[in-house]
Design a protein around this ligand. Structure first.
Ligand SMILES: C[S@@+](CC[C@H](N)C(=O)[O-])C[C@H]1O[C@@H](n2cnc3c(N)ncnc32)[C@H](O)[C@@H]1O
Length: 247
């Protein structure tokens, strides 16, 4: 082999090696540093502590008369109250969400239960639907504050929608909670119409009973809420039979 050919091979080797080295280096520098680990879920006590901090100064109780009128006109109920943290946790323990579940709170207020379900269970998605713009904005503020504290898992989602339950799309729900104590029978019927179309096996927890009879009631729990030491929480399941009967 000539000297020239050897020189060309040597030059190619040096250039190729450098490209490989620098590529590898830049890939490494893009990797997530060890100290920035993404969390999947955290212990209940830690979640409570974090949420208490996040929600300092955030309240869903006071909204303007204008907004109250808007909610009523849209077929909703503006009255506010919350499920307590311990009750929400008992309910989650009962419902046993898995990584395949999508959790919805229909009428999510400032979003405490949505974030609690996200932080303490494996749910792949936790969503709150809320008609009040004020409460929705506060929920988004809390979500952002939570995200700053705990780095969110990119494979899981937590979000809020400023929408009416009547028209919102929650067709991917597999677990639904609704703090429906003050909802009208008309609103309950409209919600039931949508629930009945969800995937068979979907679990629903409602503070008001559904009169439609097309959802199968499987249990009644008694849990404290912010306004009562013992509220009934009716648990329903979406049955395949009910869907066939409707078709
Ligand atoms: C009793 S609060 C429950 C808050 C939250 N789910 C909790 O348990 O902490 C009910 C919420 O439902 C909202 N709401 C009432 N009707 C609605 C509708 N049609 N669409 C969306 N939100 C509605 C109200 O504005 C209120 O914030």
């Amino acid at each position: 082999m000539s000297k020239k050919a050897l020189l060309v091979i040597f030059a190619l080797f040096v250039v190729g090696g450098s490209i490989f080295y620098f590529n590898k280096k830049s890939t490494n520098s893009c990797a997530i540093p060890k100290e920035v680990q993404l969390i999947k879920k955290i212990p209940v006590a830690e979640a409570r502590e974090k949420l208490d901090k996040v929600y300092e100064g955030i309240s869903g109780f006071g909204i303007s008369d204008k907004e109250v009128k808007f909610i009523k006109k849209a077929g909703g109920a503006a009255t506010y109250g919350e499920i307590k943290f311990e009750s929400a946790q008992k309910l989650l323990d009962y419902l046993k969400p898995t990584k395949d579940d999508v959790f919805y709170d229909l009428g999510s207020g400032v979003g405490k239960f949505v974030l609690q379900a996200y932080l303490t269970t494996d749910v792949k998605k936790s969503v709150g639907i809320e008609l009040s713009g004020t409460r929705y904005e506060l929920a988004v503020k809390a979500l952002k504050a939570t995200a700053e504290n705990d780095l969110f898992d990119p494979n899981r989602e937590a979000k809020f929608l400023n929408e009416n339950i009547i028209t919102a799309d929650f067709s991917d729900a597999t677990i639904v909670f609704t703090c429906s104590t003050c909802y009208s029978e008309e609103l309950m019927e409209k919600i039931a119409e949508k629930l009945i179309k969800l995937k068979p096996g979907t679990k629903i927890a409602s503070l008001k009973e559904f009169k439609s009879g097309r959802l199968k009631k499987i249990e009644t729990l008694k849990l404290p809420m912010t306004w009562s030491e013992e509220s009934s929480v009716y648990i329903y399941i979406v049955e395949e039979e009910a869907q066939k009967a409707k078709a």
